[in-house]
Design a binder for this molecule. Structure first.
Ligand code: NAD
Length: 294
């Protein structure tokens, strides 16, 4: 069997075009231009690439981007003061603080300080609780993107067995609630799980959010399963260049899975596209407009 490749790059491009069309509509009809503030502390090279790409895509969608760069040694109080200003800034509908933060800053305190209505990452405890109790909510971008990808090949997940490998607040835990909301039967696996290959082999859906290059092998996968690879691992190859690989051994897995996301070009592009979706949705909620059609 050769798996269907779920083309996240193309799906993200379609999604960005739909967001841009809705932004054009709300700007024309309501003079509303959605705006996102991106706060970056220090100079993490991976964050730099991500923030640049974010700024470009926000502009391409017709939204405003407000970039705030703070020095590596910024005091926590200064960052909290900036967030307090952004919370009350009417031009800002979404606030994103790039993680990780330097050691002198308590990341949870920072997340707690963001107005939940502007929390486009969906990390504020209020949004986490709303997601866990099945209420309408700002859904974290990467898990939202994963669900859009899986739904392309499996429009209904009801009754399917799903495993999520990884229990982070950013990916694994929100995925648990999103999958439950679609009536899948969900198992969360992690570094202490016994016999992970045997567990995975029973699953119709496999989500890998681990951060270990090619950990998931072909013989972990049930024939025909849908595999969503969230991993982004940078490895130095023999040619001296850095390559990005996922958590799944793609070359082997594609011969057994029914559908699979590649890395790069799978979940990655969906994350920023979903950030645009969340910013547009936040702008509409804050402005008391109906939800946008994305
Ligand atoms: P994390 O380090 O916070 O969590 C990793 C999880 O994997 C932990 O829950 C841990 O228990 C589990 N784990 C570690 N080793 C394991 C093992 N041997 N067997 C089973 N479970 C194991 O990571 P994260 O932030 O959730 O990110 C996971 C991966 O997803 C990383 O590669 C990250 O770069 C990537 N990521 C990608 C995007 C995207 O936009 N595509 C967004 C966020 C994270």
């Amino acid at each position: 069997m050769t798996a269907t490749i779920i083309d996240g790059k193309a799906i993200a491009e379609e999604l960005r075009a739909r967001v841009a069309a809705e932004v054009a509509r709300v700007s024309a009809a309501h003079r509303l231009v959605p705006g996102i503030a991106v706060v970056q502390v220090g100079h993490n090279p991976a964050s730099e690439v991500y923030v640049r790409s974010k700024t470009r895509q926000v502009a391409a969608a017709g939204m405003r981007s407000f970039d705030h760069r703070l020095p590596e040694d910024v005091r926590e109080a200064e960052l909290l003061a900036l967030l307090a200003r952004l919370n009350t800034d009417a031009a800002v509908h979404g606030i994103l603080v790039q993680l990780p933060l330097p050691a002198q800053i308590d990341a949870q305190k920072v997340i707690d300080a963001i107005d939940p209505a502007k929390d486009v990452d969906g990390f504020h405890p209020l949004n986490v609780g709303r997601l866990a109790t099945g209420m309408p909510v700002m859904i974290p971008c990467t898990p939202l993107g994963c669900m859009m990808l899986v739904n392309r090949v499996r429009p209904s997940l009801a009754g399917l067995d799903a495993v999520v490998i990884g229990r982070s607040n950013v990916v694994g835990r929100p995925l648990l609630h999103l999958l439950l909301a679609e009536s899948a039967t969900v198992t969360i696996a992690h570094s202490k799980t016994h016999d992970l290959p045997a567990l995975c082999r029973r699953m119709d859906l496999l989500f890998a959010a681990i951060g270990q290059p090619a950990l998931v092998k072909a013989d972990w996968i049930k024939p025909g399963a849908t595999v969503i690879d969230v991993g982004i691992n940078r490895i130095a190859a023999a040619d001296g260049k850095t390559h990005i690989v996922g958590d799944v051994d793609f070359a082997q897995a594609r011969d057994i899975a029914g559908a699979i996301t590649p890395v790069p070009g799978g979940v990655g592009p969906m994350t920023i596209a979903c950030l645009l979706v969340n910013t547009l949705r936040a702008a509409c909620v804050i402005s008391h407009l109906p939800a946008p059609a994305v």
